[in-house]
Ligand binder design. Structure first.
Ligand code: NAG
Ligand code: NAG
Ligand code: NAG
Ligand code: NAG
Ligand code: NAG
Ligand code: NAG
Ligand code: NAG
Length: 520
């Protein structure tokens, strides 16, 4: 055998092994769970009582996991806090926690339940994955003993973490992630180091984080940009906030803006406005669920692409400000007025005619809207709004938002307040803005909190436009931008070791291939 034919065989062999069992698509499942909460949240229960409650919740998850497996789903995501809820102190959550080892220990809890002490929850979850031959993501609590002489070590001698675990089809623990951006969770600690957690499967590369993490650069953006994951798994306990931050609205927009699949499992608890789960592909939501009427959980599943990203050449041509900075601004409206969405001071201008071209600016951000209503409803008023600045009372995250929205009433002082119904449909709309960030998430929310799959798109020059005929009745059309480097506490992860390793490996493979081509 000559060297060249040997290299050819190596190359072919490599190609074959890389593709054995690789799937172009797979069925994904998410479960919106109506969590059974502890009876008395303020008292500390025994470990046995804590386990009793968690097992009641797992009984329900078990039915969903079995059903998902019957539908040939490869993976199922269950929500944040799904085993015990969210109202705890450090003391009252403690009996619910287990020590969760690093996945590197190579552990199948179902086969070896006593290897790491008392771990009944991890064992049961692992068995569910194994018995049903499906990847399972669950959110549980981790406790890690620390040195009480260390000043950072909490007084009970444990760090307590909000944690995602993933078990593969053999029941093996393949991923563990400690939530970084906690949202009013006094029961948990922020991990000392931010974790970037991924795992590989025959149906793509996966990244995981939790709920509020999605609003920040790390780990969310780094997993997509530097670790090139195909699909993000997001357990959440998300309280819907109109008009810009309902779960289905923001999550579908994030998947589109980042160009990845996003599998979201939310808690179902309507008194806290928690509902809204979905399977979102970059081009469009595949399936979603929003239900403020019943108390029921819901299993969703859908087929998605294993590698949904457009080619890198495509994505670099997206420029969110190209159109808006290139055009001559429409005459700036004389009747601009100030208003609020939550705590954020927007500049608004009314869509006074049934059709028109409007510009509204705030500082360096100008938002342009061209629109034509199908019919101007008499009792409905819409405005175009612009906001750029640090968001909310905490003033930590920098937002840039262009939004067209329906006001709560015809009194312009109500613009930006939550409103759930609308009847005005648009023959056309085109929204763009002079964004300073490349991270912009396109949102379209219709009456009664519905998405609008297949009825809008973003053009490479940054315009969000309707397509396939007139729109449904619109609550809001928004470009939600996040300018992470202007956050008041921004810190970047930098290039990690594993990203470097990955680059090296890809380069080596390319060298082998090139050499081969030259020699043949
Ligand atoms: C898994 O299957 C085994 C035997 O088939 C059974 O004993 C066990 O109870 C099952 N566990 C779960 C969590 O389904
Ligand atoms: C997944 O595969 C890539 C290369 O194909 C590798 O660089 C990366 O380290 C793997 N990730 C994990 C968590 O094994
Ligand atoms: C739920 O949403 C409604 C309407 O947006 C709001 O009025 C209410 O305060 C919210 N409830 C909670 C618990 O946040
Ligand atoms: C986007 O387009 C604008 C206007 O053409 C240009 O000034 C800007 O440099 C572009 N931004 C990027 C990141 O290419
Ligand atoms: C627009 O916003 C800026 C910055 O918040 C504010 O100073 C200005 O007064 C606003 N314009 C109007 C017309 O409200
Ligand atoms: C808006 O501007 C476009 C061109 O920029 C023009 O064709 C259209 O007639 C304008 N619409 C209105 C209602 O002014
Ligand atoms: C609009 O609402 C404001 C504040 O609630 C009120 O002061 C004003 O009178 C209202 N305007 C009209 C025209 O009803």
């Amino acid at each position: 055998m000559t060297t060249s034919s040997f290299l050819t065989s190596v190359a072919i062999f490599t190609l074959i092994t890389l593709h054995v069992g690789a799937l172009d698509t797979f069925i994904a499942a998410v479960y919106e769970h109506a969590v059974i909460l502890p009876n008395k949240m303020e008292i500390t229960v025994s470990q046995d009582d804590a386990l009793l409650l968690m097992n009641k919740n797992i009984d329900i998850l078990e039915r969903a996991i079995k059903q998902a497996a019957e539908q040939n789903a490869r993976i199922i995501v269950t929500p944040e806090d799904a085993l015990y809820g969210w109202e705890f102190t450090r003391e009252t959550i403690f009996p619910y926690l287990e020590d969760i080892p690093d996945p590197q220990v190579n552990w199948i809890p179902c086969k070896d339940p006593h290897r790491f002490g008392r771990t009944p929850v991890q064992t049961r979850l692992s068995c569910l994955a194994k018995n049903n031959s499906i990847y399972v993501l669950a959110n549980i609590g981790d406790k890690k003993p620390c040195d009480s002489h260390d000043s950072a070590c909490p007084s009970n001698g444990y760090y307590q973490y909000n944690t995602n675990v993933v078990y593969d089809t053999e029941g093996k623990l393949v991923a563990r992630y400690h939530k970084y951006h906690l949202y009013h969770e006094p029961q948990f600690d922020v991990p000392e180091k931010l974790e970037l957690v991924t795992f590989n499967t025959t149906f793509g590369r996966f990244g995981i984080f939790t709920c509020f993490d999605i609003l920040f650069h790390d780990p969310a953006v780094t997993l997509v940009k530097d670790f090139h994951v195909d699909t993000i798994l997001l357990p959440t306990a998300w309280m819907n906030v109109l008009p810009l931050l309902t779960a289905i609205e923001f999550h579908s927009a994030w998947a589109m803006g980042m160009g990845v699949n996003l599998l979201v499992a939310n808690i179902h608890h309507i008194r806290k406005n928690m509902t809204g789960s979905g399977i979102y592909a970059p081009s469009s939501p595949k399936v979603y669920h929003y239900d403020m009427e019943t108390e029921l959980g819901k299993l969703l599943f859908s087929e998605v692409d294993s590698h949904p990203r457009v080619s890198p050449a495509d994505s670099t041509t997206m420029n969110w400000s190209a159109y808006a900075t290139a055009i001559k601004p429409f005459p700036v409206q004389k009747n601009t007025f100030g208003g609020f969405i939550s705590q954020d001071g927007f500049n608004f201008t009314e869509l006074a005619e049934y059709a028109g071209n409007l510009t509204v600016c705030q500082k360096e951000l100008c938002c342009h809207l061209s629109y034509k209503m199908l019919k101007q409803e008499e009792n409905e008023v819409y405005v175009l709004g612009a906001f750029t600045g640090l968001h909310g009372r905490r003033r930590r995250e920098y937002w840039q938002v262009c939004t067209m929205l329906k006001c709560k009433t015809t009194n312009l002082t109500t613009c930006g307040r939550p409103v759930e119904t609308a009847s005005t449909r648009f023959e056309m709309f085109s929204l763009s803005g002079t964004f300073g960030t490349e991270y912009v998430f396109p949102e379209v929310l219709l009456t009664k909190i519905h998405l609008s799959p297949g009825k809008f798109e973003v053009i490479k020059d940054g315009r969000l436009v309707n397509k396939n005929g007139p729109s449904g009745p619109i609550l809001t059309v928004s470009l939600f931008g996040r300018w992470y480097t202007k956050d008041s506490f921004y810190k970047s992860c930098g290039t990690s070791n594993s990203a470097v390793t990955y680059l090296l490996i890809s380069t080596l493979l390319m060298v082998v291939t090139l050499q081969n081509v030259v020699m043949v």
